[in-house]
Design a protein around this ligand. Structure first.
Ligand code: HEM
Length: 86
């Protein structure tokens, strides 16, 4: 599916990223096949309460199971991204 690991990611980054997909900031380029898939998934989240609930659920996961150690960030086309390295 090419979906990135989310366990251990900061709450603010998860909320922002989900909302970026919901609002079409991410996942709107016609050649961004994975982003389009992801955008379709999060349109199922109806409101901010649903986003908060799913982020709280993700934060209950144990990040060490994936060997995640460091968070890095980059800015690309005006959007801030965070990603893990181990
Ligand atoms: C409620 C369900 C979901 C939540 C909360 C969620 C959450 C997220 C978040 C926060 C990101 C951004 C990660 C980052 O920037 O590092 C992301 C990216 C992604 N998700 Fe999901 N996701 C969900 C469902 C799905 C589903 C069902 C799929 C596959 C069909 C999917 C595929 C992807 C892909 C491919 C990306 C990377 C997109 C890109 O490179 O821009 N997601 N997801």
């Amino acid at each position: 599916m090419n979906a990135p690991a989310l366990a251990g990611q900061s709450d603010w980054y998860l909320v922002k990223s989900i909302n970026d997909f919901r609002q079409g900031v991410r996942g709107s380029q016609p050649d961004d096949i994975y982003g389009i898939q992801m955008q379709a998934a999060v349109t199922l989240l109806d409101d901010d309460a649903a986003v908060r609930d799913v982020v709280a659920y993700i934060q209950s996961f144990e990040p060490d199971a994936l060997g995640v150690r460091y968070t890095n960030s980059i800015r690309y086309r005006g959007t801030h991204y965070e990603y893990f390295t181990s």
